[in-house]
Design a protein around this ligand. Structure first.
Ligand SMILES: Cc1ncc(COP(=O)(O)OP(=O)(O)O)c(N)n1
Ligand code: TZP
Ligand code: MG
Length: 272
């Protein structure tokens, strides 16, 4: 994932590709793999094997973990952008270190491309990677640094073929170890788990425990992102559990003090 390197703690467009040592670890062996078989409970409810065999919250304590670069901030755009959003974004990025910005708009293609043209220079001027949500074709069209793919947003292989090996490709994995393994094996540059907390930005039925971050960072070198309802007040357990990135929307754009002050507060949490 963006700038999660041992050498650098800030994103640059040229370092926006995860270096090889951040790619999927060979330790992601079959023996640690959460399997996807489904079983029927006596009640008739069908559950995945992953749900039947929950992750031991103490998993991480039994293994030595390699030191990783400090957790970084990944900003997700508001769902609707006001006319002055380029200035708001600049203020946010000037508030403290930000690794990446994701343009997450659900309107038409023209809207995405228009905002990409306005916001990409703001990110590039500050060495912040510019990621487009949902659509590899639009990421290609605007020359973004990467794309974020949900489970219904197309395959990593197709996005890679379109965007090339330098592109950052992230994948939503909800609360699923199995999905994370699949994403890593498909060649993703980061996996994203969430929603960790209540959020109105994107209501989610998936609610991972923070231990999934510890598990992931124990078995894989690929960066992981924590998302969903994260604020400066509740981020610390996710950082402590191993999140390489925390992805935040409302806590930054909805902060009454302004987006720059919110980013500065996150910076203090990530530095502590
Ligand atoms: C970093 C990050 N993680 C998760 C998501 C959610 O993606 P998806 O499940 O496709 O839902 P939408 O955001 O497209 O509504 C994300 N965008 N970014
Ligand atoms: C896009 C997304 N995917 C899972 S939760 C979420 C919303 C993140 O926004 P917020 O930080 O406002 O909860
Ligand atoms: Mg999506």
């Amino acid at each position: 994932m963006v700038a999660a390197t041992a050498r650098s703690s800030a994103a640059t467009p040229s370092s926006a590709r995860a270096p090889k040592h951040w790619r999927c670890s060979t330790r992601s062996s079959r023996s640690t793999r959460a399997r996807s078989e489904r079983s029927e409970l006596p009640s008739g409810r069908v559950v995945s094997e992953e749900e039947l065999i929950p992750l031991d919250p103490g998993f991480g304590e039994r293994f030595a973990r390699e030191k990783r670069p400090p957790c970084q901030l990944y900003l997700i755009s508001p769902p609707v952008l006001g006319d002055d959003f380029a200035d708001t974004l600049a203020a946010a990025l000037d508030g403290g270190p930000v690794a990446a910005f994701q343009l997450r708009l659900k309107g038409g293609d023209a809207d995405v491309l228009r905002w990409a043209a306005a916001l990409q220079p703001v990110c590039a001027a500050r060495d912040v990677a510019f990621i487009v949500n949902d659509r590899a074709d639009l990421a290609k069209a605007c020359g973004a640094d990467g794309v974020h793919l949900g489970q219904g947003d197309g395959s990593v292989a197709d996005a890679r073929a379109l965007l090339g090996r330098e592109a950052q490709i992230g994948v939503t994995c909800h609360a699923s170890r199995h999905l994370a393994m699949e994403a890593a094996e498909a060649g993703a540059d980061y996996v994203a788990f969430g929603a960790f907390y209540d959020t109105t930005t994107k209501p989610s039925e998936h609610r991972p425990e923070s231990s999934i971050l510890t598990w992931w960072t124990t078995i894989s070198q690929l960066p992981c992102v924590a998302i969903g309802g994260i604020t400066a007040a509740n981020a610390a357990p996710l950082v402590a559990a191993g999140a390489d990135f925390i992805a935040v929307s409302n806590a930054v754009w909805g902060d009454p003090r302004g987006a720059g002050a919110a980013v500065a507060e996150f910076a203090a949490v990530l530095a502590s």
